[in-house]
Design a protein. Structure first.
Lengths: 1018, 371
């Protein structure tokens, strides 16, 4: 084909293209015009139908909203009335002026036409007037029992809405106010509900259900005052509506609509009942208003559409032709460019493949796995790709095992990391600002190696709007590094803990040393100071005695401090053990009482000690420690209670112990200085002392309570404290012990059954517990807290010939001394019946006088059931519970003691004390000398050996053992008492294990030493 | 007698004539409108509409007078609790509101007993005299009983006026300062009876229901009625009864009239309640086509009977204007103005006689009621 032919063909093609383009344009234009006309026509028809339907909904909605407004308005106004009545008070009802002022304020506050009160005579009070209202306001003709909404229509006045409520409890000028009402302008209420824009009007009005007009204005073409139902009955009603139906609905207060022709206009009326009234809200709209408007809009729209389409078609044709021309011109250029681009792309792809291969090699070498994800415009993931390297890192060999899904990875995340990692992931993906970088460390479950740590980092490429396109990143296995980090972290924490512990220990040591330095130096200062003073005034006997007394006090304090510190130290180091032995609680309580007796007397304290419900008197417990607890608490109570105050101890058996166990509550109560609430929180901490106790000069180590608490803890018990400053303190120790014998016999004593007994004690608790015990053994007890009343009761019983068979009388009662009570009772009953004096005090001083007054026996508090039983079972051979065996007294005169002591000063002190007591003394400087002396002595030469423990050459234990091993039984059986500064329990135990008979700790407590020697020599 | 059938134009002409002829004229007062020379009575008949005129003038505005004080306190007492005086109260209320808009506060009491009692009224007046009111107003229940007390109060320095429908004038020996209200009760009674007589063709028996014995307005109307009937030889007063201005008594008396006077042709009613009671009894007896009833005032039920042809004519007093002008005059009296200085001694209010043809319009005007 030559060039001319080719040109001709191209020309023809060109012409054909233009023709085709024009034809296509014309066809498109035609189609568009026809379609537009058809659509417009259809839309007009559909619009008409839609308007009907919509206007129905619209009207109902419109009416419904207005009804809500009216209802709300009415409710609000009722609320206003309630509000106003709520604030009406006596001051407003003082006079006509005050009431009028109040009513005026109410009117102005709520913008009301009238706010009025009506009294029982029908007088209506308003801001400016007081008028007779019975004939004017119909609703006043009968008693108002509930709120009323009514209308007033009087003599040409505009119609008014009246809201009235019944009122109670308001009296004005001797007349009861019965009603409160407000008057609203109904037209004002409706004015905001009518929509009017030019000639397009929607009318709104209110009617009674009987059709009577409630308003003062016209309603569309309905004149004001016309009865709506009557007016409608003459109208031409549209098809599909019925007047009868409408009338029924209207009268029954139902929502509905009706369309009709009125004065040549087609109108639609919608009616809706107003809540809580017999009113109907009516909305009237004229159909032509809507139709005309819509038809006009529709025709205008159609015209505009046709013009628009023609212009578009013309423009399209021009653009089409220009494009054809331009495209042909560019085609050849593009062809050449495409060829060149193709070459470049192929070359680029080859380069990329090469780089990808290199990258994969690098990842494999570095142990890092590549991953990538693609997202659509909605940020939804459309693909996910895990590299083979990553799969291999997790132990998976193929895509079948580890598919390209996000769940393949997320399901393997460790539970502790999952939430954090996924949150980080999604925050990165959804961060359209592109600022966030994905960089996390987490654990994944690998196929063969359990959990391993990985580090993942990635970045997103994003669209212009910020939505994600591609998310590419790397995984790196950091498990080894992580584990190393964890190990280091652990070591660091351990080191820090150790450091903290060391620092704490150091601090504790410093604190301890500070405390000790202070607490030891204080008594030491006194000892040294008074010793110097005594030396300076050695000639002045009285002064020296005073100094020595103070030295003794300070020494005792120093000793108790040392004892406490050592005790505390031993408790804390776990050296103290609880040793359970059969123990008699009565014995403990009596011992306790005996120990504190002297202090109680010297401090002039009132002392109560009693029991309640104790039926298990023998238990397995560490008597020593229990004693220590009670003594500590009791000592504290005495220490912090001023003379004249009260200290009391009570033991109560609780019924909550399992079988074979008994639970007790030891209550130690005082009326002392008490403790502050702040101090109470630290009372059981070592070295804690209430500020007031230090200021008041009461000595103490601050360790007693800590020791007590520790011992209680060790015994598995609980200690609690209740205290109030200035009122006193009560410590309660709850302990549980195994019982070692059954309960005390609780059966009735036949000889006493039914006999009367009288208990007189000013302590109610004692009366209560003793009375209960007496009942248990079958007696008929009476009790009184008054000595005088006790005498009266006895007198009455004698007169009634129903005498008491036994009398238990407290020694110290406030209104009459127990001895006097006994004397008087004896005067009434003679000498037959037993009278027992029950007391917490030492009665030795008054015993003679008491016996002369007629006391049969003395009984020490606290009294236990077994003791009471024992006394009363043989009341007629009563003996004292604490009868003294005077024959047991031992004389020390001529008794010989071998003192084994290496320290010369201690030797001197002991020799002085014992020689003064009448002993003949011999001394050995160490154990071996002592053994020799005993061995070589005649049997009976030495009556006793006092053995120190820590001595050179041979210690006390070994010496004792050697003595016990002597062949001569008389010599080997000599009593040996350890007299040592080794004062702990284990030292005591070691002494006994070595065969010694007793143990006394240094420094020597002389009375204790004498008592021990007496006991052993007995 | 053709006057009663004239159109509105004639009525106005009649009124102008009366006005021009002067009934106790006073023309020197400035700032007050209703004086004795003004219209006294409208008669409406044969007109479809009241046109621009109304039986009640609701478009009152205060005159130019500037009160001296910013606050007044009045006491008004009237015969009995009754809707008629409620209409007066509306006029008072509106006057007080208009004063309030000008910054002048009118406080007032407007009280009455449940049934008319001159003794009760005297008690109320004496009580009010001790309460420091600026002006005391009274609608006189009984001239003879109340006048001496009014005089006592005036002698003690109190300012006392009369209002509403019953005056106690100087002629009665009363020292009250001024009166606002109906000054033509006799004429009202006479005119209504004249209309009745014409309707009956000037023959037949007529009964009169007066109202409260001693109440000047009721007695005056009854007197007017009696004088008119007395003029016609073929007419006769069958009976006169005092119904205490109550519907119930009026009903009972009418029943009695109908039973005892089978040839009874008409009933003249002199207060607001008795046309209602009379109409009820006539309807009950089924004799509404035989008995012609004329009566007073604007009771809604009575207006309905008028509209429905049971009652023949009603004389409607402009109660609203009475109330409005009473307050306006009271302010001037309180300020120390004397009659003639800013207000007449008697401020007269109109009465309009209406018939069936305009009853519906009046019902609409006064009560907004359409059939």
């Amino acid at each position: 084909m030559d060039q001319a032919q080719d040109k001709e063909i191209r020309k023809k093609q060109k012409r054909q293209s233009v023709v085709n383009a024009i034809a296509t344009g014309v066809v498109i234009a035609g189609i568009l015009i026809i379609t537009t006309l058809w659509v417009s026509n259809r839309s007009q028809t559909a619009t008409g139908q839609a308007v009907n339907q919509v206007s129905e909904f619209y009207l109902e909605e419109l009416a419904g909203r207005r009804v809500q407004v009216v209802s709300e308005e009415l409710k609000n106004n009722f609320a206003y009335i309630e509000n106003v009545l709520g604030i009406l008070d006596e001051s407003n009802l003082k006079s006509q002026e005050t009431l009028r002022s109040f009513l005026g304020k109410a009117e102005r506050l709520y913008s009301l036409d009238k706010f009025a009160l009506v009294d029982e005579n029908g007088i209506v009070y308003t801001e400016h007037s007081t008028v007779s209202g019975l004939s004017r306001y119909n609703f006043l003709s009968q008693e108002l029992t509930e709120p009323v909404i009514t209308t007033a229509n009087l003599y040409g006045a505009k119609k008014q809405v009246i809201l009235a409520v019944p009122v109670e409890n308001i009296v004005f000028q001797d007349s009861r106010i019965n009603v409160c009402f407000i008057q609203l302008n109904i037209d004002e209420m409706l004015s905001s509900l009518t929509l009017q824009t030019g000639e397009n009007e929607t009318y709104c009005s209110l009617y009674h259900r009987n059709g009577e007009d409630l308003t003062n204005g016209d309603f569309g073409n309905f004149k004001a005052g016309n009865n709506l139902l009557s007016a409608l009955s003459d109208m031409e009603i549209d098809k599909g509506f019925s007047y009868g139906e409408m009338e029924e609905e209207f009268e029954n207060g139902k929502t509905g609509q009706i369309s009709f022709k009125h004065l040549g206009l087609r109108e639609t009326l919608c009616y809706v009942p107003v809540e809580d009234t017999n009113w109907m809200m009516t909305i009237l709209v004229r159909d032509n208003v809507i139709f005309d408007q819509i038809s006009s809009i529709s025709a205008d729209m159609m015209r505009r559409s046709i013009i628009q389409i023609i212009i578009i078609v013309m423009v399209m044709l021009v653009i089409f032709l220009v494009l054809i021309y331009q495209s042909r011109r560019n085609a050849s250029i593009l062809l050449a460019q495409e060829k060149a681009d193709g070459d470049r792309i192929r070359s680029a792809f080859a380069q990329i493949e090469k780089e990808q291969a290199a990258m994969e090699n690098i990842h494999a070498a570095m142990g890092s796995g590549l991953w990538s994800m693609e997202f659509n415009e909605k940020a939804e993931m459309i693909s996910c790709n895990w590299s083979e390297v990553f799969r291999n890192m997790l132990g998976y060999a193929s895509e079948e095992e580890f598919p390209n899904r996000i769940e393949s990875w997320s399901d393997l995340l460790h539970e502790e990391d999952k939430e954090r990692v996924l949150k980080e992931y999604w925050e990165t993906v959804t961060d359209y600002s592109g600022e966030k970088t994905y960089n996390v460390e987490y654990r994944l479950s690998t196929k063969n190696n359990g959990w391993r740590w990985f580090h993942a980092a990635g970045r997103l490429s994003r669209r212009e709007d910020g939505s994600p396109i591609t998310f590419v990143g790397l995984f790196v296995d950091i498990d080894d590094e992580k584990k190393l980090e964890e190990t280091l972290e652990r070591q660091k924490v351990d080191l820090e803990d150790a450091l903290a512990a060391a620092q704490h220990a150091n601090k504790a040591k410093t604190t301890f040393l500070n405390n000790m330095s202070h607490d030891i130096r204080t008594p030491m200062n006194a000892i040294i100071g008074f010793t110097s003073l005594a030396a300076a005034h050695i000639e002045n006997r009285v002064q020296v005695q005073d100094y020595l007394s103070k030295i003794t006090t300070s020494s005792n304090h120093l000793l108790s401090l040392i004892n406490d510190v050592l005790d505390m130290s031993r408790i804390e180091s776990g050296k103290v053990k609880i040793e359970e032995k059969e123990t008699s609680l009565p014995e403990i309580m009596h011992d306790l009482k005996t120990i504190v007796q002297a202090d109680i007397t010297s401090k002039q304290l009132e002392f109560f000690i009693d029991t309640a419900d104790v039926i298990n008197e023998n238990v397995l417990c560490d008597k020593l420690r229990l004693n220590q607890i009670l003594l500590n608490l009791l000592s504290n109570a005495m220490k912090f209670t001023k003379p004249g105050g009260m200290v009391g101890v009570r033991i109560v058996q609780k019924g909550n112990a399992p079988e074979g166990w008994a639970a007790y509550e030891f209550q130690i109560k005082d009326t002392g200085i008490g403790m502050s609430q702040e101090f109470l929180e630290h009372v059981f901490e070592p070295f804690e002392r209430e500020r007031t106790s230090t200021v008041s000069g009461i000595q103490g180590t601050g360790l007693g309570m800590a020791i007590t608490k520790n011992i209680v803890d060790m015994m598995g018990g609980v200690i609690s404290v209740v205290s109030e400053e200035g009122k006193g303190t009560t410590f309660t120790v709850s302990l549980r012990f195994r019982t070692c014998s059954g309960p005390v016999a609780q059966d009735v004593v036949p000889e006493l059954k039914g006999l009367r007994a009288l208990v007189a004690d000013d302590d109610f608790n004692t009366c209560s517990s003793v009375t209960q015990m007496l009942s248990t053994i079958g007696m008929r007890p009476d009790w009184t807290t008054s000595g005088k009343e006790a005498v009266l009761r006895v007198k009455l019983a004698v007169e009634q010939n129903d005498e008491y068979a036994a009398y238990i009388i407290d020694w110290l009662m406030p209104d009459m001394n127990g001895i006097e009570v006994v004397r008087r009772i004896r005067g009434l009953i003679g000498n037959d019946k037993p009278i027992i004096i029950l007391t917490a005090y030492d009665w030795s001083d008054i015993e003679d006088e008491a016996r002369k007054a007629g006391v049969t026996a003395f009984c020490s508090k606290p009294i236990f059931l077994s003791e009471l039983r024992e006394i009363l079972e043989s009341p007629f051979a009563v003996k004292d519970t604490e009868e003294r065996d005077l024959n047991d007294e031992v004389s020390f005169q001529g008794k010989r003691i071998l003192l084994v002591e290496d320290n010369e000063i201690n030797q001197e002190i002991a020799l002085e004390i014992l020689q003064e007591a009448g002993f003949l003394m011999d001394v050995a400087d160490d154990g071996s000398i002592a053994v020799d002396k005993v061995k070589n002595a005649k049997p009976g030469w030495y009556d006793l050996v006092l053995m120190d423990i820590q001595m050179p050459i041979m210690n006390g234990y070994e010496a004792a053992k050697k003595i016990r091993e002597l062949d001569n039984k008389e010599l080997s059986g000599i009593p040996i008492i350890a007299m040592t500064a080794n004062a702990f329990d284990e030292d005591r135990k070691a002494a006994f294990d070595a065969g010694m008979d007793g143990h006394i700790a240094k420094p020597i407590d002389i009375p204790k030493l004498m008592e021990l020697i007496r006991d052993i020599l007995k | 007698m053709n006057l009663w059938k004239n159109k509105r134009k004639i009525a106005v002409l009649f009124l102008c004539t009366i006005g021009l002829s002067g009934c106790g004229t006073k023309t020197d007062g400035e700032g007050f409108k209703d004086t004795e020379q003004e219209q006294v009575l409208y008669h409406q008949n044969g007109s479809d509409s009241l046109g621009n005129e109304s039986v009640v003038k609701f478009d009152h505005e205060l005159d130019e007078y500037k009160p001296l004080k910013s606050k007044y306190n009045f006491y008004f007492t009237y015969k009995t609790v009754h809707p008629w005086w409620d209409a007066v109260a509306l006029g008072m209320e509106d006057a007080a509101k208009q004063f309030e808009e000008k910054g002048i506060i009118i406080d007032y009491e407007y009280l009455a007993p449940d049934s008319a009692s001159a003794r009760d009224q005297v008690g109320r007046l004496r009580d009010a005299s001790g309460r420091n009111f600026d002006v005391i107003g009274v609608d006189v229940a009984d001239v003879e009983v109340v006048s001496p007390v009014i005089n006592e109060l005036v002698d003690d320095g109190h300012k006392v006026m009369t209002f509403s429908s019953s005056d106690a004038s100087k002629e009665d020996g009363c020292k009250r300062i001024a009166y606002v209200g109906n000054t033509h009760n006799y004429e009202d009674g006479a005119d209504l009876t004249e209309a009745l007589c014409e309707k009956l063709g000037y023959q037949g028996k007529v009964a009169i229901l007066v109202g409260t014995k001693g109440a000047p307005c009721h007695e005056d109307r009854a007197l007017g009625a009696k004088d008119v009937i007395g003029k016609y030889p073929d007419m006769e007063i069958a009976e006169t009864a005092y119904d205490e201005d109550t519907v119930e008594l009026a009903y009972e008396f009418t029943k009695k009239f109908l039973e005892e006077h089978k040839d009874l042709a008409g009933i003249v009613c002199c207060n607001m309640s008795n046309p209602v009671g009379a109409a009820r009894a006539v309807i009950e007896a089924g004799r509404e086509d035989e008995i012609v009833i004329v009566g007073m005032d604007h009771d809604q039920e009575a207006l309905r009977y008028l509209r429905d042809g049971i009652i023949y004519a009603l004389g409607i007093q402009d109660c609203y204007s009475i109330g409005f002008d009473t307050v306006q005059v009271a302010v001037k009296i309180a300020d120390g103005q004397l009659p003639g200085e800013g207000y007449p001694e008697k401020t007269q209010e109109i009465t309009t006689i209406i018939y069936e043809d305009t009853a519906a319009e009046v019902l609409q005007t006064l009560y907004g009621e359409f059939k």
